[in-house]
Design a protein around this ligand. Structure first.
Ligand code: AVJ
Length: 330
């Protein structure tokens, strides 16, 4: 396995492939499909990551608070059951602003004196802020941020050979992938982790649809802003000419799949050109672009997922209201 070490604290791209070269290459296929789609990872440019931090503070978006409650109150328990000891390397995938991670790191520190923390994200801006905050709060953690699209570069994660790796995939981020993508991710992760490494993974649970729908349609409008920023980003980064106010944000729960779906719906027939990618798309009046799927889980589905991909459920904890669950797998 390839391991890349940089001087601690620098923000470096993976050296396997230039980060920018293949960015946006999947956009054409997604936008020409039926329904038209934009892959969710494009939400998280610096501005998108900032807006997502606002979403996490809205009263309707409960998953962050529920997961934080678990990490604050249950991290110790999870780690005891896991039997963690010796030097630990925490690798957080899609770290974002990493606020809730601090609670977990503090718990890990009680078990491991020499803690290394590698937050991985595709937003350099979010990583820079997070790294500064963690370094300020923890004098004795080695922080090695990494700008990386971990979805395509999972094999170049800087895992440690001498430490127990604890990979974090929080926020129910796994739910943003289609089932076959979730499988592919877990299979590949299983292959790069050794038998004494761990995965700490958060799942948003199935619940009454009205609660879910409110969480993706907050009254302050941050979720709408988040979705529309996707179009602004494409205008900026690939020379597209989306007219933002011709689109409406629409969030719904699909009981057939068990997932929340976010759409941007064109208010009239439109042609949009993506100049730097050399193609255009036509949208009919009231046609939607599917921008996000957020899968929700039953406890039994979580356990099946672990089992099907060669992981063992070591422990799991719910928040007080049973809205969310954090699992420790190995
Ligand atoms: C943390 C990425 C999983 O799908 O709930 C929140 C992203 N999108 N509101 C989720 C999100 C709209 C979030 N993830």
């Amino acid at each position: 396995m390839a391991v890349f070490w940089d001087s601690p604290g620098t923000l470096t791209e993976s050296r396997t492939t230039p980060h920018e070269a293949r960015e946006f290459e999947d956009l054409r296929e997604a936008l020409e499909g039926s329904p038209k789609r934009i892959p969710s990872k494009y939400f998280y440019d610096d501005r998108g990551s900032e807006i997502f931090s606002r979403i996490m503070e809205t009263p309707e978006y409960y998953p962050t608070r529920a997961e934080t409650e678990i990490l604050v109150q249950r991290s110790d328990r999870l780690l005891v059951v896991g039997g963690l000891s010796g030097p630990v390397h925490v690798v957080e995938l899609g770290a974002g602003d990493g606020r809730k991670t601090a609670h977990f790191l503090r718990a890990v520190q009680r078990y491991s004196a020499h803690l290394r923390y590698t937050p991985v994200d595709i937003s350099a801006g979010a990583l820079r802020e997070l790294s500064q905050r963690i370094k300020k709060e923890f004098a004795d953690i080695e922080v090695e941020p990494r700008v990386l699209d971990f979805e395509s570069k999972l094999e170049s994660l800087p895992l440690s050979r001498s430490r127990t790796n604890m990979v974090l995939l929080l926020g129910s981020s796994i739910g943003n992938w289609l089932p076959e993508e979730q499988s592919r991710f877990l299979r590949r992760l299983r292959a790069v982790l050794s038998s004494h490494d761990f995965l700490l993974i958060g799942f948003d649970l199935k619940k009454e649809a009205s609660i879910l729908i409110a969480a993706y349609n907050d009254a302050l409008g941050w979720t709408r802003e988040f979705n529309l920023n996707l179009l602004e980003r494409l205008n900026r980064d690939v020379g597209a000419n989306f007219v933002i106010d011709q689109f409406r944000h629409h969030a719904s729960y699909n009981p057939a799949t068990g997932a929340m779906e976010s759409w941007l719906i064109a208010q009239r027939a439109l042609t949009v050109s993506l100049r730097r990618l050399n193609f255009s798309i036509h949208l009919k009046a009231f046609e939607g672009i599917h921008v996000e799927t957020s899968w929700k889980y039953l406890p039994s589905e979580i356990e099946q997922l672990a089992h099907d991909h060669g992981f063992r459920c070591i422990a799991h904890r719910y928040d007080r209201l049973h809205r969310f669950r954090v699992d420790l797998w190995s």
